[in-house]
Design a protein around this ligand. Sequence first.
Ligand SMILES: *Cc1c(COP(=O)(O)O)cnc(C)c1O
Length: 349
Amino acid sequence: MFNLDELLRENIKRLVPYSSARDEFKGEARVFLDANENSLGSPLTKWYNRYPDPLQWKVKEKLSVVKGVAPQHIFLGNGSDECIDVLIRAFCEPGIDNIIIVPPTYGMYEVSANINNVAVKKVPLTPAYQLDLPAIEEAVDDNTKMIFLCSPNNPTGNSLDRDDVEVILNNYFGLVVMDEAYINFSRQRSFVQELEDYPNLVVLQTLSKAWGLAALRVGMAFASEAIINIMNKIKPPYNINQASQELVLKALDEVEQVNEMIRVLVTERTRLEQELPGLTVVKHVYPSDANFLLVKVTDAHGIYQYLLDKGIVVRDRSNVILCEGCLRVTVGTEKENDELLNALKTYAV
Ligand SMILES: *Cc1c(COP(=O)(O)O)cnc(C)c1O
């Protein structure tokens, strides 16, 4: 059975979290002399001299409307990368516990585990880039605290079969972390509406991709209130800065414009999917539910360097398991995509 208390590290269970001035006094006051800020302001602007809301309630309230998830089920991180790190630090005892990842997948799960001296068990996807359920079952042991799944997956671009994910959610009693960084480019249903059914589910999303706000560093974790409370307990107190909180609040009013951008990018993705296979250098274009394409080419290193010489940088994924000979290409603007196609047309084989 799933038991959050048993999953949690002992020291985190016992931890007395840092209590900031903003935690201890939340009311209205005229004179703030509690946090050692500079009451005069800053030469740059008078607006940023106060510490921001540690729990970002205004942002969460608005997000809750956009996502259909109550604010107390939302954690905000300095990018979803911070959510990944916080989860590992809360639940994985260094040198003892392990996580499972399913390569080829996003690199930060492994790096974060390595930084925290947490072992990583790798269960490769099948050649069709789907979950190998028997191998995952085999890999799980008593110290496996979480399984990271990414759908749509980076760098392959495809979505994982929903039924397979549900099998894991129903049969594995550690945490299942579903990274949905690219969900807005997909027709697949997000797992955020399934939190009631699965107390072991954590869904990660980000403002860095579809929302176009990578520089603000805001990622989201959606989970049970119990998991969110644990994450809040160990995060740095002011992990989302005031400027980011303000800009995100504004951005969340523009859902319609974001959806329009997503339509444009998906149209461009479809165009690249149609035009790339006609080029002599392209051997295969993998189907994508994301804002990038995994493209198998005749000579990945050569073409990567050739594009770079023309000022176009793509990602060489040819050394990654199951991605031999592949480049990962982000869908750009119409003009950028034209440039890419034209450059590839003139590559001398
Ligand atoms: C880009 C990406 C992220 C990073 O998100 P940030 O919120 O910018 O930290 C997370 N997961 C996957 C799969 C990504 O591709």
